[in-house]
Design a protein around this ligand. Structure first.
Ligand SMILES: Nc1ncnc2c1ncn2[C@@H]1O[C@H](COP(=O)(O)OP(=O)(O)O)[C@@H](O)[C@H]1O
Ligand SMILES: [Mg+2]
Length: 352
């Protein structure tokens, strides 16, 4: 039997992880700077509170608490309110100028006491330790600190929390972590990547392993949305199960409808191919006009010409795109496709 999981509430993560994070255990999230580790951790806590009424503790070793608050402000998470209600507790373990570092000189016992106190105070079910890299820079003796962190993870398990520890890596492919933490955090590992490819950034999430449990293998794309935070696009969810329709939609050209046996099938995608000046955009303009006659609506995404060019050309063919827009039959969006792929996808979903 597979081990128990805790639903995270992070869009599509629960799908690719086959049910969430391993319950009562610690998962290591590794990734290069800026790949979204802190955000993932914060989202894990925010969703816990919003969707499951589970309190959480966020330990920051690196960023100041106020900086984290400011960075997360766009996401409409009421962290201040949750703190007042005792559902979200920050433990500030970041190094301060006055040298009041939480950890002791030789061990993490002082820190452990504070962590335990925070967890019991709010009855936390979720804990995030972000990121442990700075703990290592404080200590000379790497093995000692690994041992100390191992004790912390054991304690987290004893307290029944499901936890995330984040760590840095310098390369997108290669060693899991530059600090060798995977030597003791071996059971559950997730890698976030932010790869530069073809002049664009490609963010992916890979569940490297969950001990004793199934999950999807390989990289899944994700994006960071200003309001929804991390949104994963699981390839496996794209089942080819769409229904097909036998309803015909007019092409806007009577002769072409006859040639197609009564028009295009609804739900179909028609590829119109031709050399420059062959009449591709003209065919599009006729199609839009035909839809108007049926009182339907059309979204036109133009990847080559500007609005003005399109409208001018359409008027040359006797179609008034501006009026169609005013009457609510048409919405024209002109964008350069390569860099705005995500925006286009959002727009289509919104309109559907
Ligand atoms: N509130 C936000 N709104 C939009 N984008 C954000 C927000 N917070 C973070 N990001 C994006 O996520 C990226 C990574 O954030 P972060 O989680 O701090 O990375 P890491 O902790 O891995 O260094 C940022 O560079 C930014 O592009
Ligand atoms: Mg971070």
């Amino acid at each position: 039997m597979s081990i128990k999981k805790l639903l995270t509430g992070i869009t599509a993560f629960d799908h690719i992880s086959a049910g969430g994070l391993p319950y009562g255990r610690t998962t290591l999230i590794s990734g290069s700077s800026g790949c979204g580790k802190t955000l993932f951790g914060a989202q894990f806590l925010a969703m816990g509170i919003q969707l499951f009424d589970q309190a959480g503790v966020f330990v920051t070793f690196e960023e100041q608490v106020d900086d984290i608050r400011v960075n997360l402000r766009t996401l409409n998470w009421d962290i201040d309110g949750w703190e007042r209600d005792g559902k979200w507790v920050f433990v500030d373990a970041s190094q301060k100028d006055d040298d009041t570092m939480l950890v002791g000189d030789y061990d993490l016992s002082g820190f452990q006491v504070r962590l335990e106190y925070a967890i019991t105070k709010c009855n936390a079910k979720r804990v995030v330790l972000d990121s442990i890299g700075s703990v290592f820079t404080e200590f000379q003796e790497m093995n000692t600190i690994r041992h100390e962190l191992f004790k912390v993870t054991m304690e987290l398990g004893r307290l029944g929390t499901t936890s995330i520890i984040t760590t840095e890596r310098t390369e997108e492919y290669g060693k899991v972590s530059r600090l060798g933490v995977e030597e003791f955090l071996t059971d559950n590992v997730i890698i976030l990547r932010n790869v530069l490819s073809d002049e664009k950034r490609r963010r992916t999430i890979e569940i490297l392993k969950f001990r004793g449990s199934t999950h999807e293998k390989g990289e899944n794309l994700f994006t960071i949305h200003p309001e929804q935070a991390i949104v994963i696009i699981p390839l496996s969810a794209m089942d080819l199960k769409y229904r097909s329709s036998s309803v015909r939609v007019t092409s806007g050209i009577a002769k072409l409808d006859d040639m197609c046996g009564g028009g295009f099938y609804r739900d179909s995608i028609i590829l119109v191919s031709g050399s420059i000046g062959a009449g591709k955009t003209l065919l599009v303009a006729d199609f839009i006009n035909g839809i108007k006659a049926k009182q339907e609506r059309c979204l036109l995404l133009a990847f080559e010409e500007s609005r003005e060019q399109l409208f001018r050309n359409a008027s040359g063919w006797g179609h008034d795109f501006a009026k169609l827009e005013d009457d609510g039959f048409l919405k024209v969006v002109c964008i350069y496709p390569k860099y705005l792929r995500w925006k286009t996808t959002c727009l289509i979903y919104k309109r559907l």
